[in-house]
Design a protein around this ligand. Structure first.
Ligand code: K7E
Ligand code: CUA
Length: 660
């Protein structure tokens, strides 16, 4: 988004700037910092933060977890990218998480963390996040903070409008940014045949309400626009989900210019309830599609990949009443629904107003068939004036995203004029503005996209930090800013740097997550195929050139710790079970010269490190996590013999409890 915002916005900046010469410029930092800021963000040593913040890593493909208000980084959670820090995507158990129909894809670009919701409220159970590049949706279990499921989405390019969920997490959605020919059609077509051959597809991923498991329920085939963001309705608008789209010009080159021709693009309103009904009546068309579903089993501590071969679609042009388009000025980006589900605030990146749509008026216009013509053949377009609640006038430059505090106010980021603007939902008056440093993309309020915002804190997720931090070469820190929204005026509390590019964040009161925390995995429930539940069960087994080492780790030794009989040409799999049954006692495992990362094994878990010995000799291994006073003693040796040698498999530890 960083680059595209620039390309889009800079040429038009002068135009807009002259239109809005009166709009505020970022003031001096000092003027907006709360006099009590230090007190408000200080979390005394040994005390917990009040709020968890989950920030997407953008091009890092990960999620970073922060404590708020302190801004302390708690953990980086690997999702779409391999993470050498804990072996995610490197261990045999977790490699399948990164399988796709394109093979092993160890990276992605993740934008939107989304907390699962019950009755429109964040419930603290799961966190979803999208992969933008190779379209996928991941689910993390917030009891373990682990990625437990990744579902690939077929038929689309650029899964950006994702993974926004419906009011009770019935579905999480994904929509096309880069339209392309559907996977079951001949894709070898001229790019210039865009209008004939390219399509968009909206994926509805069903979420099992007991265990969170996802499956691709159906896809709506839609016109080949660029769909950008989404938010589902709630309360009265429960059955609907809204998507912004641009490039309704259907351009396929130089979108910077060609997709910014129209004065208005659209919000696409989708009646997902109706789509669900049509699917349950068997109206869907089954089509071939290859996509992979990866599931991490929390008992075997092992992920498996399943190739799916089919999906079902509904072509929205064939089913009247599924979608309606609402005109929206100009190159819309964010779409956000008020806590009561009555209004939808949209942000046209190049628009000079924030249009706020009325759900009631939308339904009314649909009932009366007050259409302003059709688009893409026969999809109804509603009249702007008919569906508009009103416009927030002169909000600033480059509105992008809005969230709500539950007290009747919306807060919108202004990318170009670098500020957050607070406005009143009923009369659309601007109440306050505060500079942000600089160029905020999304913002996040605690529960700010839910039915019951907790409010209190707002995070501005900034794109540019020039002059805010000690320089770090050409790439400067990514960062966000914490703002107090308890009063009438917003107050800046804190700057803190972040990881990757934090497009979006979700914040939730800590108690909703704390109560479910898993402290360790029960050894007795460990169903890993290679578990060793005690040192007695450790062993080394050769079959052909495959060697399986069943190893255990406990403070402060690895068993076995002397292993001989491994040869050049072998594939060695070291399965390490952490026997500890206590909180916060992981053990690590690494082998000299291994073309792989380490393992970080949680208490009660089994993880497997693959190693192909490359050199004859003695090869040390050790625990990498400082686990006890005798951590440095937690080590051992492999003896590697030449190919064809007759050294037998032999393994031991101290006085050999294994062979005795
Ligand atoms: Cu606005 Cu990808 Cu949600 Cu970046 S996105 S800012
Ligand atoms: Cu176990 Cu260090």
């Amino acid at each position: 988004m960083k680059i595209s915002h620039y390309k889009l916005l800079i040429p038009t900046l002068t135009v807009l700037a002259s239109m809005l010469a009166s709009s505020c410029k970022p003031g001096k930092a000092g003027s907006s910092v709360d006099a009590d800021a230090a007190k408000k963000v200080y979390v005394a040593p040994g005390k917990y933060d009040e709020i968890y913040a989950f920030l997407s890593g953008g091009f890092s493909g990960q999620i970073a977890v922060y404590g708020i208000p302190s801004g302390r980084l708690l953990k980086v959670l690997p999702v779409f990218s391999q993470n050498p820090e804990n072996g995610y995507g490197y261990s045999e158990e977790t490699k399948p998480m990164l399988n796709t129909s394109h093979g092993f894809v160890p990276w992605d670009d993740s934008h939107h963390p989304e907390l699962s919701k019950t009755n429109g409220e964040d419930d603290g159970r799961w966190l979803f996040i999208n992969a933008n590049n190779t379209p996928r949706i991941a689910r993390l279990n917030l009891a373990t903070f682990k990625t437990v499921e990744i579902l690939e989405l077929p038929n689309i390019g650029g899964n950006h409008a994702s993974p926004f969920c419906t009011e009770n997490t019935e579905y999480v959605v994904g929509n096309t940014r880069f339209s392309e020919p559907l996977d079951n059609s001949n894709g070898d077509v001229p790019i210039s045949s865009f209008k004939q051959n390219f399509k968009g597809a909206v994926s509805f991923v069903k979420v099992n309400k007991d265990n969170g498991t996802m499956n691709l329920a159906f896809q709506l085939v839609v016109p080949p626009f660029d769909y950008d963001l989404a938010h589902a309705g709630k309360g009265p608008s429960h059955d609907w989900i809204f998507f912004t789209c641009y490039n309704t010009e259907e351009a396929h080159t130089l979108l910077e210019v060609n997709a910014s021709q129209r004065d208005k693009d659209f919000i696409m309103a989708v009646n997902w309830k109706k789509a669900e009904e049509l699917i349950s009546q068997g109206k869907g068309t089954k089509i071939k599609a290859k996509y992979i579903h990866n599931v991490y089993n929390e008992n075997t501590h092992t992920a498996t990949s399943t190739m799916e071969n089919e999906t079902q679609t509904l072509d929205v042009t064939k089913f009247p009443g599924l979608v309606y388009y609402m005109p929206c000025p100009k190159s819309p980006h964010g779409i956000d629904v008020t806590p009561d589900g009555e209004y939808m605030a949209a942000s046209g990146k190049l628009a000079a107003v924030i249009p706020v749509f009325s759900f009631k008026k939308m339904l009314n216009a649909i009932d009366k068939k007050q259409f302003d013509g059709m688009i893409a053949g026969d999809l109804p377009v509603l009249k702007y004036e008919d569906v508009l609640h009103g416009e927030v006038k002169k909000p600033g430059l480059g509105p992008l995203h809005t969230e709500f505090d539950g007290k009747g106010y919306g807060y919108t980021t202004m990318f170009v004029s670098s500020e957050i603007v607070k406005w009143k939902i009923d009369n659309l008056e601007i109440i306050d503005r505060i500079p942000s440093y600089y160029s905020p993309g999304h913002l996040s309020i605690v529960g700010g996209d839910s039915e019951k915002p907790y409010g209190k804190y707002l995070l501005a997720l900034n794109k540019i930090t020039k002059d805010r931090y000690l320089p770090t070469g050409p790439e400067l820190a990514q960062a966000c800013q914490l703002i107090d929204i308890t009063g009438n005026k917003m107050k800046l509390l804190l700057d803190f740097p972040t990881i990757g590019e934090p497009h979006y964040a979700q914040m939730i009161p800590a108690d909703k997550i704390l109560k479910n925390q898993v402290k360790f995995f029960k050894l007795e429930d460990n169903k890993n195929a290679y578990v060793a539940k005690s040192e007695k069960d450790t062993k080394v087994i050769r079959s052909g050139n495959r060697v399986d080492v069943y190893m255990t780790a406990i403070r402060s030794h690895l068993a076995p710790d002397n292993i001989e009989g491994v040869k050049i040409g072998d594939e060695v799999y070291v399965h390490v079970t952490n026997l500890e049954q206590d909180w916060d006692v992981p053990h690590g495992f690494a082998i000299k010269g291994n073309n792989n990362a380490e393992l970080l094994i949680m208490p009660g878990e089994t993880c497997t490190l693959k190693w192909i010995p490359g050199q004859v000799g003695i090869v040390p291994f050790y625990c990498t996590d400082f686990c006890s006073a005798l951590h440095q003693e937690m080590q051992g040796y492999f003896r590697v013999s030449p190919a064809g040698s007759t050294v037998p498999i032999k393994f031991s530890i101290g006085v050999n409890p294994v062979t005795e």
